[in-house]
Design a protein around this ligand. Structure first.
Ligand code: MEV
Length: 314
């Protein structure tokens, strides 16, 4: 038996980190994908081939004993094998056009596409079970995940996410997002732990920031519906000030954001921060200018479209 699935990466328009503590976030799926093929094999091993590494191990190793970025896929293969009482093993191949470790959801897309492809070896999975499996897999590398990234990679489009619940917005926004890659890799788990410590040391301040973030998202939802890009850009800039206060920015990101702010409606970190990517809000006329500018500076910058498909099996 063989099956394949693919899932999109993501950007977080507003609300990263605060979403873990109950504030709302807005996320969009993007037009870069991870594709995964899975095949049942007679040997009782799980093999994984991907650009970030290779693995071939027996099922009896606990995922926690595995020091590898492929741990979530190993966990998925092991759990699904157990669930369907499959006596053999599984061979998995991963192909990705999402840059890894820079906040564009490569790891969540991998968990979602992996859950879909491996499950489809045994029965056609629905999106709810794919998402549940994907979030469990993601927890093997980033224990405190909000689940927001996996939700948008599963369902596609634009979603409003709050505490495990999400709504897919019934809109096709008329904006263009530029993604600027600082090429500084980050560990989401480490940065999430840093924010947890900030929260512990600054309880009152953090609670005020959480309320502020939730209000920003509320205002942003109205502005997106009105396609008020100037207003939405201002909200993104205000969100960035909150992220700066959390201490997850650095000189390179600040420099990119300052330049992007001069050319676009607003710019901010997307994802965990500490490196990774910046998103900048543009309309159809501004987008070319920002891409040209960063290209001339030798900094990777590209335009992204929203993906409305989410995960698919084939
Ligand atoms: C990472 O893309 C987004 C964070 O909010 C973590 C999470 O929501 O799990 C930093």
């Amino acid at each position: 038996m063989k099956s394949s699935a693919s899932a999109p990466g993501k950007i977080i328009l507003l609300g990263e980190h605060f979403v873990i503590y109950g504030a709302r976030a807005i996320l969009c799926a993007i037009d870069r994908r991870v594709s995964i093929s899975a095949e049942t094999i007679p040997q009782r091993t799980i093999t994984i081939e991907s650009e970030i590494g290779k693995l071939s191990i027996k099922h009896d190793i606990e995922p926690t004993e595995l020091d590898s970025p492929l741990r979530p896929l190993y966990h998925l293969a092991r759990e699904i094998t157990k669930k369907y009482n499959h006596k053999g093993g599984i061979a998995i191949k991963v192909k990705s056009d999402i840059p890894a470790g820079v906040g564009l959801g490569s790891s969540s897309a991998c968990c979602v596409a992996g859950a879909a492809a491996i499950s489809a070896l045994f029965e056609e999975p629905d999106r709810q079970s794919i998402l549940r499996l994907a979030v469990e897999a993601e927890k093997t590398i980033h224990q405190n995940t909000s689940g927001a990234d996996c939700a948008v990679c599963t369902h596609g489009g634009v979603i409003e996410f709050k505490s495990d619940k999400f709504t897919k917005m019934d809109i096709v926004p008329d904006f263009k997002i530029a993604i600027v890659n600082s090429e500084i890799e980050h560990s989401t788990g480490d940065i999430v732990s840093h924010v947890k410590q900030f929260k512990k040391n600054n309880k009152r301040q953090f609670s005020e920031m959480l309320n502020k973030e939730d209000k920003l998202v509320n205002d942003a939802l109205l502005l997106i519906k009105k396609n008020d890009l100037a207003g939405l850009g201002r909200i993104m800039t205000e969100n960035q000030l909150l992220l700066d206060m959390l201490g997850i920015s650095n000189q390179t990101l600040k420099m990119i954001i300052r330049i992007a702010n001069e050319i676009s409606f607003g710019a901010k970190i997307t994802g965990a921060g500490g490196g990774g990517c910046i998103i900048a809000l543009n309309n159809h006329t501004k987008i070319g200018k920002i891409i040209d500018h960063f290209h001339k500076e030798g900094i990777e910058c590209f335009s992204t479209e929203i993906d409305f498909r989410g995960v698919n099996t084939f």
